[in-house]
Design a binder for this molecule. Structure first.
Ligand SMILES: Cc1cc2nc3c(=O)[nH]c(=O)nc-3n(C[C@H](O)[C@H](O)[C@H](O)COP(=O)(O)OP(=O)(O)OC[C@H]3O[C@@H](n4cnc5c(N)ncnc54)[C@H](O)[C@@H]3O)c2cc1C
Length: 288
């Protein structure tokens, strides 16, 4: 198959404008498996994104007082760059999620753009993007639009990307407060999540975010559990003190928000139980 190798976003968009059905290839860790396993027809044309440096950068936009602000992460930044270093300091939950993805080889190639493109409810990057209220940036030959991540994913492996659209990156707010990601699978490494959860606290706004993965057709935000916990605890700069009963009830409320199904990876009953345990454990870690 012909592979087109642009080196700028403008070149990608002009190629996509002429051939909107061409397959976009970032790290290839999802698509090449699908093609090799015959789950996807080999495309007529491929546009490879690896040489587009603009997509492989991230930028911190600080506020005038030098704190917080937002970070725009290019869709082609590999997980390996999120595991340690400045991105990991801004987003510890993203670093934890990145560290659980596949193997070092997969993390060197795989990207958030590809995680969003595939849009599996088990994608490890997605609960973090949901918990942090990320905005997804899309461009095409005819324009640009920004989509809140909660509106981007519309079903199992379904998103609002139109033919000819490119994910250029995501913007995340830098928040002051604990955040973490955790997942369970059938073994400790190289495993797709059976259930996953991201908990993030925002001390400025006194709010809590909890997003669940692999327990619904999309990533789920647990608004009930979030509001209940924020009302139970005072998210001030003082050390958090939370009793066992609060930890337990938070897990129960998270499990109640899950919409798990039985499939080849697990049962609905186990997933519902596991995601409650994950939420409770994340809260315990936040307190510790
Ligand atoms: C051995 C192995 C282990 C894995 N383990 C995990 C795991 O633990 N957790 C996990 O979440 N995933 C895992 N994966 C899946 C995969 O690595 C991730 O989903 C990764 O984020 C995909 O990124 P990519 O850049 O390789 O995407 P690609 O395979 O290049 O693309 C995936 C999809 O996104 C589209 N796409 C890519 N970039 C863009 C863009 N910029 N704009 C629009 N569409 C785009 C492509 O057209 C395609 O449809 C694993 C895969 C393998 C092979």
């Amino acid at each position: 198959m012909p592979v087109i190798t642009p080196s700028t976003v403008d070149e990608v968009l002009s190629q996509l404008g002429e051939r909107p059905d061409a397959l976009l290839l970032s790290g290839g860790t999802d698509v090449m498996v699908e093609i090799n396993m015959a789950h996807r027809k080999a495309p007529a044309e491929v546009i490879a994104l690896r040489r587009v440096e603009e997509l492989r950068r991230w930028e911190h936009h600080t506020t005038p007082d030098g704190t917080g602000g937002t970070v725009m992460i290019g869709s082609g930044v590999p997980y390996a760059e999120m595991e340690h270093g400045p991105l990991a300091e801004h987003f510890p939950a993203l670093a934890e999620a990145a560290r659980t993805v596949g193997s070092p080889q997969i993390r060197a190639a795989g990207t958030l753009g590809g995680n969003l493109g595939t849009c599996s409810p088990a994608g490890d990057g997605l609960p973090v993007l949901y918990a942090l209220d990320a905005v997804v940036h899309l461009r095409s030959a005819s324009g640009a639009r920004d989509v809140p991540v909660g509106e981007f994913m519309v079903g199992v492996k379904k998103n609002v990307l139109e033919p000819g659209e490119l994910i250029t990156g995501v913007t995340l707010p830098v928040r002051r407060g604990w955040q973490g990601y955790s997942k369970v699978g059938v073994r400790n490494a190289m495993v797709i999540a059976t259930a996953s959860a991201c908990l993030a606290m925002d001390r400025e706004r006194g709010s809590v975010s909890l997003a669940l993965g692999a327990v619904g057709t999309t990533i789920l935000r647990c608004r009930d559990a979030e509001n209940w916990l924020a009302a139970e605890i005072a998210l001030t700069d003082a050390q958090l003190e939370i009793g066992d009963d609060v930890v337990r009830e938070f897990g129960q409320r998270a499990a109640a928000d899950a919409r798990p199904i039985d499939d080849h990876r697990s049962t609905a009953a186990y997933r519902g139980h596991a995601v409650g345990v994950l939420a409770s454990r994340l809260l315990r870690r936040a307190v510790a």
